[in-house]
Write a protein that binds this ligand. Structure first.
Ligand SMILES: C[S@@+](CC[C@H](N)C(=O)[O-])C[C@H]1O[C@@H](n2cnc3c(N)ncnc32)[C@H](O)[C@@H]1O
Length: 223
């Protein structure tokens, strides 16, 4: 009798172990492709300090949102934004460089991605429509923009954001311990002034990027 009870307990224990292993493996297999989609997002040295998955998660984009990636370059963030907003959403990838725009358009075509629209911009005009986006990002771009162009450019971006929408700036920390752009980094206070001068309000700051300031602004709803 005692042996039978002991056997039942062992069987239950085995089932429990198998169940836990199945749950753990299932969650792992669900999590890994999201994090390491290496075909679409080949790992680069930048990923380590840029933390793109975490950054995009912090943009709080919803399925179906419309977002502008101002100064998209070759699309490091554009394709991640495209994934975040889904097929019903839209990413406007703006650039002054034809080379960047072509790289993004070609990669979108190659991968059958239909929610990215490239937009050829002028240095102070994104060519986005008024109130056309829920959010806009400008990542590693402003230090490339001549000083006298920054105010009109940010005002133009603010105009494109819908009321209550968000604007995100990611820029080098002045004291970032890397070799890039040492002579043209923009102090955090100037970034805040720039966005607030365009009528936006600083409403969050993220501190985990070791090399970059990461700011979120809200576009107030006018009453
Ligand atoms: C360092 S790259 C960053 C690209 C991308 N945002 C990223 O994080 O990988 C800077 C880009 O900003 C673009 N750029 C510079 N001035 C701009 C402007 N006024 N409007 C739009 N893009 C601009 C450049 O052509 C360049 O592709």
């Amino acid at each position: 009798m005692k042996t039978a009870k002991k056997m039942t307990r062992i069987v239950h224990y085995r089932y429990a172990v198998i169940l836990i292993a199945v749950i753990a493996l299932t969650s792992l297999s669900l999590a890994v492709p999201r994090q390491l989609n290496t075909k679409m997002f080949p790992m680069t040295g930048r990923d380590k300090w840029q933390q793109p998955a975490r950054v995009v998660a912090d943009l709080g984009l919803k399925e179906g949102s419309t977002v502008a990636d101002v100064g998209c370059g070759s699309g490091y963030f554009t394709f991640r934004l495209s994934k975040a907003v889904g097929e019903k959403g839209k990413v406007f990838a703006t650039e002054i460089s034809d080379k960047g725009l072509k790289a993004v358009a070609d990669r979108a075509k190659k991968n059958n991605i239909t929610n990215i629209q490239t937009v050829k911009s002028d240095p102070t005009r994104t060519k986005l429509g008024r109130h056309s986006v829920d959010a806009a990002t400008i990542i590693n771009v402003l230090h490339h923009v001549p000083k006298e162009y920054r105010i009109p450019l940010v005002k133009d971006i603010a105009e494109a954001i819908k009321p209550d929408g968000s604007f995100y700036i990611i820029e080098w920390r002045v004291k970032a311990n890397i070799k890039h752009d040492k002579n043209r980094r923009i102090p955090r206070a100037d970034l805040v002034r720039l966005a607030e001068g365009a009528g936006l309000k600083l409403d969050a700051e993220f501190f985990y990027l070791e090399n970059q300031v990461f700011l979120r602004f809200n576009k107030p709803v006018k009453k």
